[in-house]
Design a protein around this ligand. Structure first.
Ligand code: ATP
Ligand code: MG
Length: 139
């Protein structure tokens, strides 16, 4: 069965550079419904916890620092086959490799400042959504 929700964050550089509105436009134009959304400043502890799966990777410390460097916009998105459909819309991790028309192609500056996060599985989408939002914050 394909999952109906995914979780995204508009990363600090993209938020700071005022790309959030255009990114949300692309998300809505591609048929996603916004189930929950909020702007937050992640502490380095929370960013470290969110990206714990990557803690052995060489870029982990930089990633945590970058994700806690400024405001992010976190959201739960709903669509049929949400995880895969959103990964297609955002494009490859490295914006240099991202396909034309993808969010990372338009708004990513580098592999670290790649504009957005998108869940990589249904299981992680549920975990990540629950990390940020309580039931009553969702519509
Ligand atoms: P995300 O989880 O943010 O949606 P992703 O699933 O495409 O991205 P992951 O492998 O999960 O990529 O990496 C998480 C994040 O870590 C990436 O979005 C990127 O910002 C950063 N990252 C990944 N690989 C590198 C790298 N080689 N150097 C620096 N940063 C990296
Ligand atoms: Mg990932």
């Amino acid at each position: 069965m394909t999952g109906k929700i995914t979780f995204t964050m508009i990363k600090p550089a993209a938020y700071q550079n005022l790309h959030a509105g255009k990114i949300l436009d692309m998300i809505l134009a591609n048929g996603f419904r916004i189930v929950a959304i909020k702007a937050v400043n992640l502490s380095s502890n929370l960013a470290a916890k969110f990206y714990e799966v990557h803690k052995e990777r060489p870029f982990y410390n930089d990633l945590v620092k970058s994700m806690s460097s400024g405001t992010i916009l976190a959201a739960i998105l709903e669509k049929e086959n949400a995880v895969e459909s959103y990964r297609t819309l955002i494009g490859s991790t490295n914006p240099a490799d991202a396909a034309e028309g993808t969010i990372r192609k338009y708004f990513g500056e580098s592999i670290e400042k790649n504009a957005v996060h998108g869940s990589d599985s249904d299981e992680n989408a549920l975990k990540e959504a629950a990390f940020f939002f309580s039931e009553f914050e969702r519509v």
